[in-house]
Ligand binder design. Structure first.
Ligand SMILES: Cc1ncc(COP(=O)(O)O)c(C=O)c1O
Length: 475
């Protein structure tokens, strides 16, 4: 019904919502726990109240602290409330941002500015592990900071010796994650903190995904190593509210140990013709709805609610973890400390399993080193989805094993397809894959072929290929 042109006369509410419902029908069934990651939903009871708060402030703007006193009060309250998870001091300094990526950007920006001002560093470098989230590389690309990436060690954790050896006079900041996304393992933040103090460096802890959950796991008696401002060397922490705090999308906090560090993230242009301009984050206009709904999430769910949601999350996690640990064909990768699980197979093609799970409506992540499946488990999986997922894996593996010849042929066929694609000129390959990826069709998932093709490409070509595939989606 809706065309690529703004209608001369707007559609009625009924017509619009009928279109929206039709569009939504094509979406993944996330409310039944089919997504492992991307969606964090606290359940209808909480979500109803959180959305109401969003709607009440949907048109207000949190850009200017003097404009809506309500929004300023809410942002300051929630920054103080969440700070108590990471510090027993009276106050640490934070702001609400639009997400983990923005919080990380700001931490790097303030580190760069601060180090320029106080250490006169002109060519800043940041040392991080290969398991750190790509948001760091993305930010450094924008901010012209040199990333020094240290390959994770055999235990998939930070290689502390190589980390320390990489420090030089241009190093401004070390990065640790609690936990790192790929294997759900917490970096040795205590050791990094000592290293930062020894070399007089800043240390950022990326607790975007883990900040909330790990804090409540601690309260439930889990042995979680310190990863916060109780460690003297930690200078900033990012924590997302739109993940395990169950706020709507677009909500994270960046914290600093000192006021001075935070001030370096602010953008101020006091001579601008349009008036004195000052903003706390990357956003100019800042949605009032997200401030109010994040505030509502914290204060409606409350400690009791978060403890319960954390228990549910871990029940679902343990169910899946036990299943994988006891499976002859599957094994966990690393030693996950919360609800992020990675697993692989030594007996079958794990990407084939991943594609078949996609075919029947599951959204899961894929890992590359080693090849694996990645799950972000949350409370939504505790009401049956975790068990359903296990049943589906079981069924797929049984059916693959029942027809070994068909399966060998299928895998060989995939390899041949990948080889043929790799023999094409790069432009032809790009064209073919862009076309295939952007087709809105209900055919079987074949991401495993893309992963095979990728292995035959230089990094520069593979980046260009995926840039083109992205380009193809937005047409
Ligand atoms: C550890 C970690 N850091 C940063 C991010 C980036 O957060 P966002 O997608 O909210 O920008 C994520 C996202 O999953 C993450 O897991």
């Amino acid at each position: 019904m809706i065309e690529d042109k703004i209608p001369n006369v707007g559609y009625s509410e009924k017509e619009l919502f009928s279109s929206l419902e039709k569009l939504k029908c094509k979406d993944i069934d996330w409310k039944n726990g089919k997504t492992f990651g991307a969606v964090y939903y606290p359940g209808y009871k909480y979500a109803k109240v959180i959305s109401k708060a969003y709607n009440l402030f949907m048109h207000e703007n949190a850009f200017d602290p003097q404009l809506f006193k309500s929004l300023l009060a809410m942002e300051n309250t929630l920054v103080k409330q969440v700070s108590q998870l990471f510090s027993n001091k009276n106050f640490i300094y934070g702001n609400l941002t639009s997400g983990g990526t923005e919080s990380i950007f700001l931490a790097l920006l303030s580190a760069r500015e601060w180090s320029h001002k106080y250490r006169k560093i002109e060519n800043p470098e940041v040392v991080l592990s290969s398991t750190a989230h790509p948001a760091f590389l993305k930010a450094m690309r924008f901010l012209k900071i040199k990333p020094v990436v240290i390959q994770a060690n055999n235990q998939l954790s930070i290689d502390l010796d190589s980390f320390e050896n990489a420090i030089n006079e241009n190093t401004i900041l070390l990065v640790g994650s609690a936990p790192a996304y790929p294997y759900g393992m917490i970096d040795p933040i205590d050791e990094l903190s000592k290293m930062a103090l020894k070399h007089k460096l800043l240390l950022h802890v990326d607790a975007c995904i883990g900040g909330f959950l790990l804090s409540y796991l601690k309260k439930l008696g889990y042995q979680i190593p310190d990863f916060d401002f109780s460690l003297e060397g930690v200078s900033s922490i990012s924590v997302d509210l739109h993940k395990y705090a169950y706020a709507p999308k677009g909500s994270s906090i960046i914290y600093y140990r000192s006021e001075e560090l935070r001030k370096n993230q602010f953008s101020v242009f006091s001579n601008w013709e349009g008036g004195i301009y000052a903003s706390t984050s990357f956003m100019g206009t800042k949605p009032g709805g997200i401030v109010a709904s994040s505030w509502a999430a914290l204060n409606h769910i409350g400690e009791d609610g978060y403890l319960q949601l954390t228990k549910k999350t871990m029940d679902a996690t343990n169910l899946i973890k036990d299943y994988i640990e006891n499976h002859d064909d599957l094994s966990l990768i690393g030693n996950p400390q919360m609800s992020l699980i990675a697993f692989k197979s030594d007996t079958m093609n794990i990407y084939q399993l991943a594609d078949k799970l996609n075919d029947i409506g599951w959204y899961i992540g894929r890992l590359q080193n080693p090849a694996g499946i990645h799950l972000v488990i949350s409370q939504i999986h505790a009401d049956g989805a975790a068990q359903e997922f296990i049943n589906d894996i079981e069924e797929i593996i049984t059916s693959i094993k029942k027809r070994p010849i068909k399966n060998t042929l299928e895998n060989a066929g995939d390899k041949i397809t990948a080889k043929i694609l790799n023999l094409m000129s790069f432009n032809k390959l790009k064209h073919t894959l862009v076309k295939a990826a952007s087709k809105d069709k209900q055919s079987k998932n074949k991401k495993r072929i893309i992963y095979n093709v990728k292995q035959g490409l230089e990094l520069e070509d593979s980046d260009e290929l995926f840039r083109s595939i992205m380009d193809g989606f937005y047409k």
